[in-house]
Design a protein around this ligand. Sequence first.
Ligand SMILES: Cc1ncc(COP(=O)(O)O)c(C=O)c1O
Length: 401
Amino acid sequence: MTNPPSEPGTVADVAHDRTIPFARPLLGEEERQAAAAVLDGHILTHGPQVAAFEAAFAKRLGVRHAVALSSCTAGLHLALVAKGIGPGDDVVVPAMTHVATAHAVEHCGARVVFADVEAETGCLDPEAVAKAVTSRTRAIIPVHYLGLPCDMDRLSAIADEADAALIEDAATGLGALWKDRPAGTIGTCGVFSFYPTKHMTTLEGGMLITNDDTLSATVRKQRAFGYDKTLGERTLPGLYDIDTLGWNYRMNEVQAAIGLHQLDRLDGFLASRATNAKLLAERLGDLPGARLFPFVHGARRSGHFCVNVTLDPNSAIRREDLMAHLQSRGVGFSVHYPIALPASRYYAERLDRNSGAFPATHWPVANWIAQRTLSLPCGPHLVEGDVETIAWAVREFFGKE
Ligand SMILES: Cc1ncc(COP(=O)(O)O)c(C=O)c1O
């Protein structure tokens, strides 16, 4: 990577030999060999790699159960199904999240109730949740926004009071801490994503963790069609009964073999993310008309999914201009998330049908973030000089280089 020269005025002429990607999975020789070993064998699914990955993940997070799945979305869906949530029930979801969080509720036939997020963190706002909870509420899904945990004390208290499940969407929450407890271990269950941009990857994949024996057993059964016997439990091959509705949401053996090695490397990945994020945040702490969401907030410690620059509501700066500038400088970025879900075409229609039209101002913080935030890279794929280049490009845009 060509570093920008230190002298102001010449930066526009820098020829970058590479675009810094927002994220890039780091898959090495060990992952390759592990995948090849599975392919050379005859057990491609239902096998020992998945069992070993689940055991290692549960041990690392300090929970009784980990259930490997085809995605985080599948885990959110099954968690709701396993809690018996369906038509006639409400589930409170942040208005600022990936659509998977809300779609999981829709798939159960329950009603999505959106609550706004905190302006300081982007995490689900307990006050908004308290207002959204009714006698129909059966679950609350806090999303640990970009790696920072939600206020789990207050959300747990609200969930307990409402007798509702607290399902942590920890898709971007690996490595995050709430009072020294890992995000994902505090509520009824937590669900992680191993999509390629995440803290570790199994290509696609997810993991549900819980200390609830019944929930774990139900999810395990429902991820595999609702068979009453697993492959290992069948005395005669091919013979089973079906005692519940299920899906095919399994993780396969290649994914799990890769996941085991990614898990071994997770501490290194997290350390690198923390270092990059802190360096970048230090360099971007004084941008006029913009702010960064914190990595530490009270009892919350981030797992550093990204560094997000959010333009102030009244700033005259246009996010599209910042994007175009970064593109011209070879700096990758992403947006989390590009639309407040109640304003998305699908959910706007649902809200109209079910509850009368809501103005966009109903979720002001989510709408502001959706329109004005930009996520910068901090992953372990960054090489020496990248953080400096990213900081330089952003500062240049803000006239601060
Ligand atoms: C907050 C959140 N929840 C759920 C998901 C879905 O994860 P997956 O792609 O593993 O289904 C994502 C994806 O990025 C996400 O950001």
